[in-house]
Ligand binder design. Structure first.
Ligand code: DSN
Length: 415
């Protein structure tokens, strides 16, 4: 066995990791789907659990030697159940897309209809965007938001009545408003559809008691574990007991092979963190910080899509600022502020060069930043966008960003 340290054996990869660590330390991470995991989560991810194969489920594995793996996976399941009040939990999905795909295969036959949110209106690729393989197998139809930026529940209902979907899917990657889960459940009951929520973005806000939980109402709830929930990259499916067998069979052996138990253990550790009282404070501060950004951007004449934010993210339409999302992202990168270009409702440009940017507060809140910092950062974002071609100005902002971040160190233990 190779007994050298990574830095000795593979300086190329070691250096890339150190550079990425500096990038994370020095920049303002505002992509709303990103976060910073704790040291215990990192330690667990890098543990010897990565060595073990364990196809199957707790107590029913195909391989020997799974007694400790079973303890790990059961802890992850029990903690997730406690966190969300779920009847059944599968913690094996490798990420959000495989979780959603497993649900489709568990519950649908080829050609069956799913009603999901349009991507431009905040939906997600895995909710049936034409570029995905799923869209070639199943029939995805769409609902949108209305002029007020709210989900158009009337349109959703009439499309559901007309198309009789097998699944109604709610949950979004760029939508910033509360979701009326009960209303969607009522519509689904009216047309005999299964309800599926994808809470990947807001799982931490739900776990922290700051947004309504669909788990009590919905048949199936999928999530990732690495966004507001602040765990390792991974997925999870929660469901009512009556769907448990079909979901489990679809994840394994239907779709995936051996589960990644180091990752499942890290999920368990993150769930334990989310069960601590201070996680509620964290979730609350994420939203407070997002609201400060909203107020500041509105004062500076920016268009906030969907009218406002009720969660951790803002989708900003830059059309009235005469800057494209791509140009803004590039300028902000130079200023040390990481956001992503994003399509907006009624998009007139392209996915690679859209009209908006999407940004959020989960990662900055993990660093300990609060209202005061959000006001400063909103000002810098505006300054960078206004000066997108002024390299000197962008470097000046970047220097201020680095200085601010020094007050909120991320991983001093890993220096
Ligand atoms: N890539 C994730 C996001 O940024 O929202 C979703 O898959």
């Amino acid at each position: 066995m190779n007994k050298q340290n990574l830095s000795q054996f593979d300086p190329e990869i070691y250096q890339a990791i150190k550079h990425e660590q500096s990038r994370q330390e020095e920049n303002l991470e505002m992509i709303p789907s990103e976060n910073f995991v704790s040291l215990p989560v990192l330690q667990t991810l890098g543990s010897i659990l990565t060595n073990k194969y364990s196809e199957g489920y707790v107590g029913k594995r195909y391989y020997g030697g799974c007694e400790f793996i079973d303890e790990v996976e059961q802890a992850a399941i029990d903690r997730a159940k406690k966190l969300f009040g779920a009847e059944h939990v599968n913690v094996q999905p490798l990420s959000g897309a495989p979780a959603n795909i497993a649900v489709y295969f568990a519950l649908l036959k080829p050609g069956d209809t799913v009603l999901g949110m349009d991507l431009e209106h905040g939906g997600h690729l895995t909710h049936g965007h034409p570029v995905t393989y799923m869209a070639k197998i199943f029939n995805f139809i769409r609902y949108k938001t209305n002029d007020k930026g709210l989900i158009d529940y009337d349109q959703l209902r009439s499309v559901a009545i007309e198309n009789k979907p097998k699944i109604i899917l709610a949950g979004y990657s760029a939508y910033s408003r509360h979701i009326d889960w009960k209303k969607i459940k009522e519509i689904a009951d009216e047309v005999g559809a299964i309800t599926m929520a994808d809470i990947a973005h807001i799982a931490g806000l739900i776990a922290g008691g700051q947004m309504e939980n669909p788990v009590p109402y919905f048949d199936i709830v999928t999530t990732t574990t690495h966004k507001t929930l602040r765990g390792p990259r991974g997925g999870m499916i929660m469901c009512k007991e009556k769907f448990a067998k079909d979901i489990d069979k679809a994840v394994f052996p239907g779709f995936q092979g051996g589960p990644h138990e180091n990752n499942i253990a890290a999920k368990a550790v993150a769930f334990k963190e989310a069960l601590q009282p201070d996680f509620k404070e964290y979730a609350k501060q994420i939203i407070v910080n997002a609201k400060v950004l909203e107020t500041e951007f509105k004062k500076m004449g920016y268009t906030i899509c969907f009218g406002q934010t009720d969660n951790h993210l803002l989708l900003i339409d830059l059309t009235n600022k005469n800057v494209s999302g791509k140009e803004a992202q590039k300028a902000l990168d130079k200023a040390g502020i990481t956001v992503n270009k994003n399509m907006v409702p009624g998009e007139t440009r392209t996915a690679m060069d859209p009209s908006g940017i999407r940004l959020g507060t989960p990662a900055l809140t993990t660093r300990g930043m609060k209202e005061e910092e959000m006001k400063i950062i909103a000002g810098w974002i505006d300054e960078a966008i206004q000066n997108k071609d002024n390299e000197e100005k962008l470097t000046e902002i970047k220097n201020k960003v680095v200085e601010l971040n020094k007050k909120f160190p991320l991983y001093p233990e890993l220096e």
